[in-house]
Design a protein around this ligand. Structure first.
Ligand SMILES: [Fe+2]
Length: 239
C-alpha cells in the first residue's frame, strides 16, 4: 500500500485545526496558546428557540414566511447586535438594559435598533400559538371589556391601529395600571423603551406577511386576532 494514501486522511485531520489557528492569529485574536486561539469567543446573544415548529402556524403564517422571518430576519438582528456589542460592557448586559440605556441616543441607534428588534421578535413569537386567537377569558377579558367597551371593539381598535402604522412597525396591547391600551411603534421602537408594559404584539413589518398576504396587512392582522393570538401568554404578562 502506498504510505501516502494510508496516511492522507490523518494528515488532513491535523492540518485543518492548525490552519484555523493561523487564521485566528491573523484576525487579531490574542495569541495566548493553541487552545485560546483555536476556540472563537462565545457570542453574547443567541437566537432564542421558537416555542413551536416553523410550520405550526399554517395556514395563517406559512413555514416559508417563518423560515425567512425567524431564520433570516431575526437571526440577522442577533448577529448584528453581537458584532456591535463585542468587546464592550454591553456584551454582558441584558437586552432590556441595553434597550433602555440606548433609547434616544443618536450614537447608539444601531445598537438600539438591533437589540429592540431581537426583543420585539422574541415577544412576537410568544404572542402567537397554534390554535390561538378568539376571545380570552378571566381577568384578561374583564380588563379588555373595561378598557375598550367590548372584545369586538378591542379587535376593531387593534386592527385599525395596525393599519394606521405607516411603513414598518408594531402594534401592541399594553397594560397601564388597571386599564389596557393599544399603541403602535415605528421600525424597532418598543414599549419597554418608555417604561410601558406590553402584553401582546403583532409585527406589521412587510416581512411578517408579504409572502402569504402580499400587501393585505388587514387580512394578516385579522388572522392574528382570529387564529393566532396567545391569550395565555398575554395573561401571564399582566401585573
Ligand atoms: Fe419582523
Amino acid at each position: 500500500m502506498n504510505p501516502c494514501v494510508a496516511t492522507g486522511w490523518s494528515t488532513i485531520g491535523i492540518l485543518v485545526p492548525l490552519m484555523g489557528m493561523v487564521v485566528a492569529a491573523k484576525a487579531g485574536e490574542p495569541a495566548t496558546g493553541p487552545a485560546a486561539s483555536a476556540v472563537p469567543p462565545a457570542s453574547a446573544f443567541t437566537l432564542p428557540a421558537l416555542p413551536y415548529a416553523q410550520d405550526a402556524l399554517e395556514p395563517y403564517i406559512s413555514a416559508k414566511t417563518m423560515s425567512f422571518h425567524y431564520g433570516k430576519h431575526h437571526q440577522a438582528y442577533v448577529d448584528a447586535l453581537n458584532k456591535l456589542v463585542a468587546s464592550t460592557p454591553m456584551a454582558t448586559q441584558t437586552l432590556d438594559k441595553i434597550i433602555v440605556d440606548c433609547t434616544g441616543k443618536a450614537d447608539k441607534a444601531a445598537v438600539f435598533n438591533n437589540a429592540a428588534q431581537d426583543w420585539n421578535h422574541t415577544f412576537f413569537w410568544k404572542s402567537m400559538k397554534p390554535g390561538g386567537g378568539g376571545q380570552p377569558s378571566g381577568r384578561m377579558l374583564d380588563l379588555i371589556v373595561k378598557s375598550f367597551g367590548s372584545f369586538d371593539k378591542f379587535k376593531e381598535t387593534f386592527a385599525a391601529t395596525a393599519l394606521a402604522q405607516f411603513g414598518s412597525g408594531w402594534v401592541w396591547l399594553v397594560q397601564d395600571g388597571d386599564s389596557l391600551n393599544i399603541i403602535k411603534t415605528a421600525n424597532a421602537d418598543t414599549p419597554i423603551a418608555r417604561g410601558q408594559r406590553p402584553l401582546l404584539t403583532c409585527d406589521v413589518w412587510e416581512h411578517a406577511y408579504y409572502l402569504d398576504y402580499q400587501n393585505r396587512r388587514k387580512d394578516f392582522v385579522q388572522a392574528f386576532l382570529d387564529h393566532l393570538a396567545n391569550w395565555d401568554f398575554a395573561a401571564s404578562q399582566l401585573k
